[in-house]
Design a protein around this ligand. Structure first.
Ligand code: IMP
Ligand code: MG
Length: 176
C-alpha cells in the first residue's frame, strides 16, 4: 500500500459542530413526543454520536454495533458480518442508526434490513457524511450532515488503517 498524507482540511471543527447543532435541533423536533434509541455503528461513528447525543433534547438510550464486510478489504461485498451485536432488544423502539459515512451503502443496507427483522417501531438513519457518487445500492439517509466528493477522508472518528481517528476536523487523505 502506498504512503498517505493529510492533504487538506475538508471540514473544520467549527463547521462540523454547527452542522451537528442543526441536525440535533431537527431530530429533537421530529422525535418530540418519543423516546429514541441511538444505534452507533462502531468504530467510526463514536465521535459523531458523542457530539450529536448532547444536542438532542428527547429522552434517549444508546447502543452499539460493530460490523465488517466479508471478502477483500477494498471492495464491499454486501455480505456483512456482525462482530458485536446490540446489547438489548429493539422491539417497538424508535431506532436511529448513527453512521459516520455512507460510501457504497452496502453496510447500511444490510444493517437496516437486519434491524427491520427485529420489529422496531421505526428505523431512520443519520450520517455525518455521504458520498452519493459512490452509491451502489438504493439507500438514502433521513438526516445527513454533509455530502462530500469521492475522496478518502479521515479524522473526527474516521480512520485509515485505524489511524487519524482523533483529528478534530475532517481531512482529505492523499497518496504521497
Ligand atoms: P459502505 O458499505 O461502502 O457504505 O462503507 C461504509 C464504511 O466504509 C463506513 O462506515 C466507513 O467505515 C468506511 N469508509 C467509507 N469511505 C470512507 C472514507 O472516506 N474514510 C474512512 N472510512 C470510509
Ligand atoms: Mg472504517
Amino acid at each position: 500500500m502506498s504512503e498517505k498524507y493529510v492533504q487538506r482540511v475538508l471540514l473544520s471543527e467549527k463547521e462540523i459542530q454547527a452542522k451537528i447543532a442543526q441536525l440535533g435541533a431537527q431530530i429533537s423536533q421530529d422525535y418530540a413526543d418519543k423516546e429514541l434509541l441511538l444505534i452507533c455503528v462502531l468504530k467510526g461513528a463514536v465521535v459523531f454520536l458523542a457530539d450529536l447525543m448532547r444536542q438532542l433534547t428527547v429522552p434517549l438510550e444508546i447502543d452499539f454495533m460493530a460490523v465488517s464486510s466479508y471478502g477483500a478489504s477494498t471492495k464491499s461485498s454486501g455480505v456483512v458480518r456482525i462482530l458485536k451485536d446490540l446489547d438489548c432488544s429493539i422491539e417497538n423502539k424508535h431506532c436511529l442508526i448513527v453512521e459516520d459515512i455512507i460510501d457504497s451503502g452496502l453496510t447500511l443496507k444490510y444493517l437496516e434490513e437486519n434491524l427491520h427483522s427485529r420489529h422496531p417501531a421505526s428505523i431512520r438513519i443519520v450520517t455525518l457524511l455521504d458520498k452519493p457518487e459512490r452509491r451502489g445500492v438504493d439507500i438514502t439517509p433521513n438526516y445527513c450532515g454533509f455530502q462530500i466528493p469521492d475522496e478518502f477522508v479521515v479524522g473526527y472518528g474516521l480512520d485509515f488503517d485505524e489511524h487519524y481517528r482523533s483529528l478534530p476536523e475532517i481531512c482529505v487523505l492523499a497518496d504521497k
